[in-house]
Design a protein. Structure first.
Length: 444
């Protein structure tokens, strides 16, 4: 039973392959195209997964043959529900706001994203030269169920609470689940537009970093400031309940109807305009804003975890969704909540949705039996392409690069010497990691 999981057309396109429940490989499209967070159809990632099928087969297979060995293709999102959310949101703000954004985004959505089943079939048919009838059956999963599945199913736990936090799926921006054996049951969710992920992204933009890319910079900036604005933000911008649920004052945000995240009212409240994008200047004001936003984010996450523990009384917790990449907040869960074990999906963002959708089809849709492992099923997240020394040397010669080949013992000694001289080292070894924390072959 081979299932190919896909995420595509938003950001972090990826492909993952499971075979009889075993995770074989997974890779993000950006690792092949060199376009950070590439949203395009993950053709190169699919080819990589098909090559793995060919390598593992006793028969001599081509990619064309390998694609026909796939039983299901699982997509990580429900496009019709996403369209419903977009349309309802635009109507809420019409006719005074959002027309420009609506005019740009609706033709794109209607022309491609809404008709995803046909588009995916067309891409597969064209790329691998097979007839439409031989394209594997395509199933569509709920966005947050894909996140939850990516966290629970490869975890080492037979049962676990699951918390998903991100920008937005179809409607959900936060969701809680309980996983047991081969099933995941929903508990509760918070809906758009009141999103912790988009709240964090709005301040990422305000502090001069790229949305969906620079959030880790905001997290890294926070320790250099003080949470001086936390009180004013909680008084005016975000209302936090004791159970961790929250409500945003949408006066301060434009993202429901615009490509801009924050409104001008936020600058007025903070008495300073947004920092110039990726500028070299960084003053204390933005450090304090980052510190304040991080403190609020941590408060919400910890309160949500407290509530989830009360609901489940399970001491294991799994996390996924883009907000689960906030490792500073995550570090406080074990010390400040009753949870005793924590497992976080390494590709917690949309790339991991490819993996989660495949798992969801295997366990939930097909009702296959699940076996847990003592550690986890992610293989250290080393799921992408790897390259032998011979392949590396061949590429270096083709590119006419200047290089020197060392014995392993000499290489280690030269590396140590370079580090002692305060030089920067790029170390390439093994397979590419799956997820945005990868520090191996993909050096930008």
């Amino acid at each position: 039973m081979k299932i190919l999981g896909l995420s595509a057309f938003y950001h972090d396109s990826a492909c993952a392959l499971i075979d009889n429940g075993e995770l074989i490989c997974a890779a993000q499209e950006e690792r092949f195209t060199r376009k950070k967070q590439d949203p395009s159809f993950p053709l190169n990632s699919i080819k990589f997964c098909l090559d793995k099928i060919c390598e593992r087969s006793d028969k001599k297979l081509s990619r064309q043959s390998a694609i026909q060995e796939i039983d299901y293709i699982a997509y990580y999102d429900k496009p019709f529900l996403t369209f419903e959310r977009l349309l309802e949101t635009y109507l809420d703000y019409a006719p005074f706001k959002g027309f420009s954004s609506f005019r740009k985004s609706m033709p794109l959505f209607l022309g491609s994203k809404l008709n995803l089943p046909a588009r995916v079939k067309k891409e597969i048919k064209k790329s691998f030269k097979i007839s439409k009838t031989k394209v594997p059956k395509i199933l569509f999963n709920y966005h947050h169920l894909s996140h939850a599945s990516s966290a629970f199913y490869p975890s080492p736990y037979r049962e676990s609470a699951v918390l998903c936090l991100d920008g937005v799926g179809e409607w959900a921006v936060a969701s809680a689940w309980m996983g047991k054996d081969n099933k995941i049951e929903p508990l509760w969710q918070i809906d758009f537009p009141h999103s912790l992920g988009l709240f964090y992204s709005a301040f990422t933009e305000y502090c001069g970093f790229r949305v969906n890319s620079g959030e880790y910079k905001l997290m890294g900036l926070a320790p250099y400031g003080e949470p001086k604005f936390a009180s004013v933000l909680k008084d005016h911008v975000i209302e936090i309940k004791e159970d961790g649920s929250f409500k945003l004052n949408m006066k301060y945000f434009d993202y429901p109807h615009s490509y801009q995240m924050a409104s001008s009212f936020l600058s007025q409240l903070l008495e300073k305009g947004p920092r110039s994008k990726e500028s070299a200047n960084m003053d204390k004001h933005y450090m304090d804003v980052a510190s304040s936003v991080q403190a609020i984010t941590e408060e919400i996450i910890l309160k949500l975890c407290q509530t989830l523990y009360k609901d489940t009384q399970i001491k294991n917790l799994c996390l996924a969704g883009g907000v689960a990449l906030n490792c500073v907040a995550n570090s406080k869960i074990l010390s400040d909540t009753p949870f005793e074990e924590l497992w976080i999906q390494p590709a917690a963002g949309d790339a991991g949705g490819a993996l989660g959708s495949a798992y969801s089809v295997y366990y939930d849709f097909l009702n296959k039996k699940r076996k847990t492992q003592r550690t986890d099923s992610m293989k250290g997240a080393l799921l992408g392409p790897d390259f032998s020394s011979e392949e590396v040397e061949k590429t270096l010669k083709q590119e006419k690069a200047v290089y020197k080949k060392h014995k392993e013992s000499d290489l280690i000694q030269e590396t140590v010497t370079a580090l002692l001289e305060n030089k920067v080292i790029g170390w390439f070894q093994g397979a590419m990691e799956f997820g945005p924390r990868a520090l191996g072959p993909d050096l930008y």
